[in-house]
Design a binder for this molecule. Structure first.
Ligand code: AHM
Length: 327
């Protein structure tokens, strides 16, 4: 079995990226251990605080955020961090370093307390300026500038799925040894699938294009294998991971309640879009390639359509035809 470290060294990864990945997986391993015994430790439930998005924080959100910040603060190549749980850019003790790491420490917070898969998402890119404290302008870059991205899914096993622009590879944590081992190389997502994942409870608030696409998914048609199956876990990492392996589409559109969508560009949608493109799939905000969107604020949200290329093409053609307007 090949360890993650050996794999990275043998694939001649740029040393700073190798280093940053180490500082991400170290707290992830500890987080995985905590999640596995969550019911026995005081880490379930609400933290009785809200984050910058006005969302209630769980104890695990706060714990994980602190651990990733603590770890990356020690990484000589990381100048600053952006986290879902922290309003401002978080400088490290190496402000002149070259790289920025954006992360969502715990994706799928609503599933923490009920033993359903959750994850950590990360994205690594270079700052624009060359020295001094990282500014907002340094962070506001298109996702196509990412150098590495991935997620750790804490499910029936803990798996790291990542790319550095040379395909998508996955590594499974062997908890007794405390190491990640290569479990799948060069993952390709099917061009077509028969799974759609979105929160159908929001149907009434969806844009017309999504409503029409949803009806298309539910129609009877032998040739295209419809009706498709509906699968929605409510943890993007878990929904994405299943669709990546089986083929499918994940959609979180703009809704009447969230006119700009719910998910964040820098630490949720960009990393997933980089991964899916590397796996031969596609990601769009409904009208534009996700990786070309340049955010104007670090916590900016976006609608997202991500997954098998033919399914994303079909869904976005419905968006073009019927529009993004919610009724
Ligand atoms: P979180 O970062 O607060 O957990 O929110 C992100 C999550 C995604 O994992 C998931 O796809 C989505 O929110 C679910 O939202 P909803 O409950 O509105 O369907």
């Amino acid at each position: 079995m090949q360890t993650l470290n050996r794999f990275l060294i043998e694939s001649s990864i740029h040393m700073p990226l190798y280093n940053i990945i180490q500082f991400i997986i170290t707290p992830a391993k500890e987080l995985s251990r905590k999640i596995n015994i969550a019911g026995l430790e005081d880490i379930l439930g609400e933290a009785e605080a809200t984050n910058v998005q006005g969302e209630e924080q769980k104890k695990l959100d706060v714990y994980a955020n602190d651990e990733f910040i603590k770890s990356l603060n020690e990484c000589t190549h990381c100048a600053a961090m952006i986290s879902e749980e922290t309003e401002v850019i978080i400088p490290t003790q190496y402000p002149n370093a070259e790289y920025i790491v954006a992360f969502d420490p715990v994706d799928g917070s609503s599933n923490i307390d009920v033993n359903v898969s959750i994850g950590t998402i990360f994205s690594v890119f270079k700052r624009k300026s060359t020295s001094g404290p990282v500014t907002e302008d340094d962070c506001l870059q298109a996702g196509s500038n990412q150098l590495a991205a991935g997620y750790i899914i804490y499910g029936s096993s803990t798996i790291l799925v990542m790319t550095t622009g040379q395909g998508v590879h996955s590594f499974t944590l062997e908890p007794h040894v405390g190491k990640f081992y290569l479990s799948d190389t060069n993952i390709k997502t099917p061009l077509d699938g028969n799974i759609y994942s979105l929160n159908e409870g929001n149907y009434i608030k969806f844009p017309e294009g999504v409503k029409k696409y949803l009806k298309y998914c539910q129609e009877n048609d032998k040739e295209t294998n419809r009706p498709y199956s509906s699968r929605y876990i409510g943890s993007m990492v878990a929904d994405f991971h299943r669709n990546l392996k089986k083929g499918g589409i994940f959609i979180y559109p703009n809704t009447e309640k969230d006119p700009n969508g719910k998910l964040r560009i820098l630490y949720e949608c960009n990393p997933m879009s980089f991964l899916i493109e590397q796996a031969g799939g596609k990601a769009s905000n409904g009208s534009q390639r996700m990786l070309e969107v340049v955010p104007t604020s670090i916590h900016q949200r976006t609608p997202i359509f991500v997954g098998s290329t033919n399914m994303v093409n079909k869904a976005t053609s419905f968006m073009e035809q019927f529009g993004t307007k919610t009724s």
